[in-house]
Design a protein around this ligand. Sequence first.
Ligand code: HEM
Length: 405
Amino acid sequence: MSAIVTSDPDNIQAISGPDWGVAQRLHGMKEMLGPGFIAVDGEEWVRARKMLRPAFNKNSIDGFGVLGKVTERVVEGIQEREGVVEIDEMLFDAFMKSSMQFILGLDAEKEGDGRPLTVSQFNELWQQAFVSMAVRILLDNKSWILPSAQYLKACAKLHSFVDFAIDESERRSAKASDAPDQKKTMVDVVRPQARSKEDARNQLMGAHTANQDTTATLTCNAIQLLADHPSTWKQLREETRVKGADLLAYDGLKESKLLHNILFETLRLRPVFPMFGRHALRDVTLPKGGGPKGDQPLHVPKGTSGLMNSWATHFDPAVFGPDVNAFKPDRWNSIKPKTKEFAPFGLGGRACLGREKALVESSYLLVRFAQNFERLEAPGSEWKPDTTRMSMKNGAGYKVVFHTE
Ligand code: HEM
């Protein structure tokens, strides 16, 4: 099977369309994630996406109960320390806890309620299994050469944890008449629509993959960039002071042009997913890539991989204005890139369902930090893109010094 790597916006739009699919991923993902929305095409994917969508209603993501509590602790933890703080571990932990609640309806800090693993055991196993799965995806049909006993055991344990969350959701729903207004988490939304427990588990495992460290990575990148750009931090502090508590509500966060500009500029320079792929479901023609100059249509046979390097499209001065390498959130007051030119959340039918949740939650964290810290510094804020994992992080780490005055 051959592969095409493209950063042409017209090609990116075409590859994000219905002639291209993702089911080739299933071979490497099947033991861990199963055939959930993340690894199926066609009717199966339409059905799965329909099941998940209501979990992303404003109602389900509005309210920062868990995230509010864990952010409080992160802020206190930072205030107790002096000097350099590695923020990634703290933020990944905070968003993981809020994800446990949003996706599985489980309180990450509870123990002894019959769950087969503690949350930290689940996370540790998840990281190990995820690496094994990534190697299987790379090896594709040669993955049989890998030893699998330990991997399969880890997958079974992870599944037993998610199955526990499904059973808990079943129990909650049996008691629903006691609390009809209870907020529905993703497991509560997906379970009654799923064909079976296994089907529900497959969708939830996929959602945990999509949710896992994406918002944390975006937030770490934004904080590091803000630490290097004190005038934007000052602007954010001022907005936080003027708007007060209004800015901490869902609508206030969503309406803030400054927060929007900061996060979009962060995603432009440091997209969480710089490259994502599909394979051609049939013989297709891409708008560009053919002819001696590459500006003619290109015939692509069925089965070809199409890798979209959307990161490269983020540096076109004709679209994003001058100084494309610089962090300038204000540029978003005057530019209007088309979706095919700026797609940090993907585009077409498979575009991210968690987009609003991620942007609002990341904004929430930035505001809470701006309320508490006068000034930031980023010693060693060098940017070394690490693309060896699913989402792109700073290989040089996220070291920040927080000043309260
Ligand atoms: C900064 C944070 C995030 C970024 C940059 C991001 C990015 C993306 C991208 C690029 C895609 C398209 C993938 C493709 O076309 O193959 C996608 C799909 C998706 N994402 Fe996100 N995502 C983020 C956060 C989240 C969160 C928090 C969730 C919550 C569970 C989520 C759930 C999903 C789902 C359900 C899909 C749909 C996949 C499909 O229909 O096949 N994402 N995301």
